[in-house]
Design a protein around this ligand. Sequence first.
Ligand code: FMN
Length: 350
Amino acid sequence: MIILIITTGSKFILIKKIKNISIASQYKWSLIRMDFKKDKTPILYMAPMAGVTDRAFRRLCLECGAKIVVTEMVSAKAVQYGDKKSYELGKLFESDQPAIIQIFGSDPIAMAFAAKEMTAFNPIAIDINMGCPVPKVSGSGDGASLMKNPRLAGEIINAVVSAIDVPVTVKIRSGWDSKNINAVEIALIAEANGAAVVTVHGRTKVQGYEGYADRNVIKEVKQTLKIPVIANGDIVDGASAIDMLEKTDCDGLMVGRGALGSPWVFTEIKAVLENKPYIPYSPGQKREMILRQLDMMVIDKGEQLALLEIRKHIAWYIKGIPNAASIRASVFLTHTKEKLIEIIKNIDFL
Ligand SMILES: Cc1cc2nc3c(=O)[nH]c(=O)nc-3n(C[C@H](O)[C@H](O)[C@H](O)COP(=O)(O)O)c2cc1C
């Protein structure tokens, strides 16, 4: 490989480039495999959430203490068709790192193609979605449907691992339904096909987001695999993070809904995991953070889309505070950034 590249251009520059690539690649592998994790502090992941974990929100979560963030899911088929919006979803900037790009689909060729395309954005890993329960996704054989099709799941993981030289991670559920709990089977297939990490959301597809995530199935996966296992489901604060850790002995923790309207949950969890004091964010710091999120969204998506998309975030931020209903109503009626800034500056966090 070195000879091939040297003959196509300037010797020194290209040798340097190869070295850079290999150092970057080593970093990705060691971060994902947690080679540095000698002190047993679990890695804190921000979960992929479609319609939520855009670049602005991912940046806030990283600043608040998430170690690794995951993009919204990107359709492999759409990437194959050259869909610009899908490329946009996967796009990463330096300030978004370390980030994983998640892809979904059920055609090994499309998945391998999409994974390859997405590596151009320099993610630390490509994640394969095997957990999405949404009918539009699982109804087409994608997402959680793959839990029902272990052979195809293996083929997809194999195709993606073979296509790229960055780590491949796989996110699964406990199973399809309570009669078909097969997380261990699918996780073993993932490991055998070269996955670097498996994340287990301790609910079945049929459960969706209802009920409590099963810690036992996550523990079973952890006890069976040699590669790191990330635990996911109902981690919403320091206490639930410790509970998950104690019950599963997992290598990492992934937080989803607990971060909606409170990216600072990562600060709390990180402090608890590191046995350090946690100083809650002041109302002023919270308002500042929302204003920065708005700014980043406007720069990234344009004012019109940003104003629309931040509405749901603000609704989550103000949940439970006095006057939440009237603030929400005025946010939904606001069509200018200036007016929205005024509203945010007046949010009366407790
Ligand atoms: C709004 C929303 C969007 C989600 N989108 C994705 C997604 O794109 N890919 C994925 O693997 N999981 C997705 N999930 C599932 C979460 O990543 C996570 O597995 C689940 O919410 C359980 O974790 P939690 O209890 O911490 O929320 C989504 C969840 C929510 C609430």
